[in-house]
Write a protein that binds this ligand. Sequence first.
Ligand code: UGA
Length: 444
Amino acid sequence: MTQLSVIGCGYLGAVHAACMADLGHEVVGVDVDPDKVAQLAAGKAPFHEPGFDDLLQRAIASGRLRFTTDIAEVHGSQVHFICVGTPQQAGRNAADLTYVHAAVEALLPHLAVHADGPVVVVGKSTVPVGTAAEIAARIDADAPGSGASLVWNPEFLREGFAIQDTVAPDRIVYGLGPGDRGQAARVVLDTVYASQLERHTPLITTDYATAELVKVAANSFLATKISFINAMAELCEATGADVTQLAEAIGHDERIGPKFLRAGVGFGGGCLPKDIRAFMARAGELGVDQALTFLREVDAINLRRRTHVVELARTACGGDLSGARVTVLGAAFKPHSDDVRDSPALEVASTIAGAGAHVTITDPAALENVRRVRPDLNLAADPLEAADRADVVVLLTEWEEYVTLDPEQLGTVVAHRQVIDGRNALDPVRWRAAGWTYTGLGRP
Ligand code: UGA
């Protein structure tokens, strides 16, 4: 058992804190937001994540997990995880590091020698390459007496699978400082991740810069894979070919693989879009912007898919969206999440509404978040209510409950049986058999 602190209790931090406590460590989670802390302390997740409420309650009941707004309570912890957000700066591609620097600043006065061994600060936030070296220098300069060292340990968890990805990750990366101190920090972190390492999880130990780059490289690759298949969808649309069959066929090549080849309205969320932009911005600062020019295209292809869906909806409504009734199934950036940050679904819905349509949006988990950011949109609790007298139904988040909808039953409430499948998740044969005009993305 190690005493840990987790600074920043958003998606990453809250899940990390609860999983670590569940694995037997003693954990204090710190966040500046008193509402979030109160909710977490009461055993209630401030976001939708399958299984998280149960895990949180179990961890709190064990007595090994608590939450606070008081950073001084990190006192007594041997390992301090930095899990704060690094959003995109307003009007710029670069990442906003305000929260990372504030967390380090707040932590420094509380770094003290620990009886159990070396004190380790562990960075998990996604940061521009070079940040870890800066933070390490800062710790050496401002908390020299603590002997604390920094490890950069990027996080690869996916929303919707956050617990599984934390407890049983597919790899662990340590970016270590030089010399004996780096090795000593590694030993400490090995005890924290003992259960993951016992499962023979691949462990890559490297330097700070490589560890930082691994994270953004992974997300850039995933974004590229999605934009690649969406570019193929554009080709399919121009030729009458079927991108879902194309993806299946190329996915059988082990070198390519079938995952992340689902063509549709594209990627969104709090990570992929902002991470590729921040990576481009950092490459520019480093004088190697040309190396990542392709990511500009990845971003452009992705955003073009959103525009394309709006145009399909316009065509379905006879070329004019004003006054049309449009139903949008899904608001979250992907299923099993209530996250609407940079959600393709929400952006498409907003654009269609902006063109004068009467848009009703439904989602099993994200409506509260939609209400907060877009109070002007009409919300409905379920698809049948949302589809009332619709001219066109647009599926934008492939929740199971939408994929399995009965087209016959939905057909009884709409004005026109027209569906746009923005995730290529519906069965065209079934929908067409029920009298619907079905339009997929990159499908004939
Ligand atoms: C992503 C990465 O997958 C995680 O490994 C990483 O840790 C995380 O970002 C992060 O940086 O914190 P996440 O944002 O939860 O995780 O979502 P993904 O599952 O990657 O999906 C991203 C978007 O791509 C979604 O909008 C999804 O609908 C879309 N997508 C995914 C497609 O359009 N097609 C696909 O084939 C797959």
